[in-house]
Structure formats: structure tokens, C-alpha cells
Design a protein around this ligand. Structure first.
Ligand SMILES: [Fe+2]
Length: 152
């Protein structure tokens, strides 16, 4: 996986948050495709859909941690605990993208129905949790960043 991990520190925070929100919308449309492939029982295609999003999701997460959390820690440290917890969710997202998704692609070739069901369950769980994560960011992390950067 090649991740550029370039952070543009010149992009103004309000503009960056608008971009992150539009990336969430783009990710959501991919997640709908993934879900459709799970429903059609095409586990390989569903897992590949997640894998294809991997680099973009990781870049997105790295940017949130590097820029938004810096603003929050500098200007609103006493209100930061929920945002810190939400940023820690990036750990299971990374783990899934770096490890589990490859195992699921392998499992999709298996003739064992139990293994396929487990793969489907894991994919559905990841999609649900990722959606929740984006929502939490939009409800908690983004507003706190905006509020604290204008104050500080
Ligand atoms: Fe995130």
C-alpha cells in the first residue's frame, strides 16, 4: 500500500473540513456499493471495494489527526476527550484495511460456507462501524475544531 501522507498545512481549517465532509459523502457512496455486493453474495468484490478505498481512508485519517487534533489540543484541550476517543477508532480502521481485508479476499475463494459467512459478517460490521465513525466526526470532532480554531 502506497500512502503519500502529505499534509497540506496551508489549507485553511474551514475549507479542509468541507473537503473532509465531501470525502465522507464519496466514501458513503462506495460503502453502498460494497453493501450491494455483500447482498449479491459477491464477497470478493465487496472486499476489493473496501481495499480500493484503503489509501484514501488512511490519508483522510492521517490528515484529521495531524491537523484537526492539533487545533483541538491547542485550543480546547479540556473538551478533547471525546475527539481523542474518536481518533483512536482509526486504529481498528487501519488494522482492518492493512490485515483483515486481505484475509477476507482469501476467504472469498474458500468453498467453506462458514468461512464465507464470517467474511460477510466482518464486512458488514466494518461498513456499519465506519459509517458511525464518520457521523461521530461530523457531530463532535469537526464542530469542536471549527469552534476552537476561531476562538484561538
Ligand atoms: Fe476518521
Amino acid at each position: 500500500m502506497t500512502v503519500s501522507r502529505r499534509i497540506n498545512f496551508d489549507e485553511p481549517i474551514p475549507r479542509m473540513i468541507e473537503r473532509l465532509k465531501s470525502e465522507h459523502i464519496m466514501f458513503e457512496s462506495k460503502l453502498v456499493q460494497v453493501e450491494n455486493n455483500i447482498k449479491r453474495n459477491d464477497i470478493r468484490l465487496a472486499a476489493q471495494g473496501i481495499e480500493d478505498m484503503g489509501n484514501k481512508i488512511i490519508q483522510h485519517a492521517v490528515e484529521e489527526e495531524a491537523r484537526l487534533m492539533r487545533v483541538i489540543m491547542n485550543n480546547a484541550k479540556d473538551e478533547s476527550s471525546d475527539s481523542i476517543s474518536i481518533m483512536q477508532e482509526h486504529n481498528w480502521i487501519m488494522k482492518f484495511l492493512n490485515n483483515r481485508v486481505k484475509l477476507i479476499i482469501n476467504a472469498s475463494k474458500s468453498s467453506d460456507p462458514a468461512e464465507k459467512e464470517k467474511a460477510k459478517g466482518d464486512l458488514n460490521e466494518f461498513v456499519d462501524n465506519l459509517r458511525k465513525h464518520f457521523k461521530e466526526e461530523e457531530q463532535i470532532v469537526f464542530p469542536l475544531t471549527l469552534r476552537s480554531q476561531s476562538a484561538g
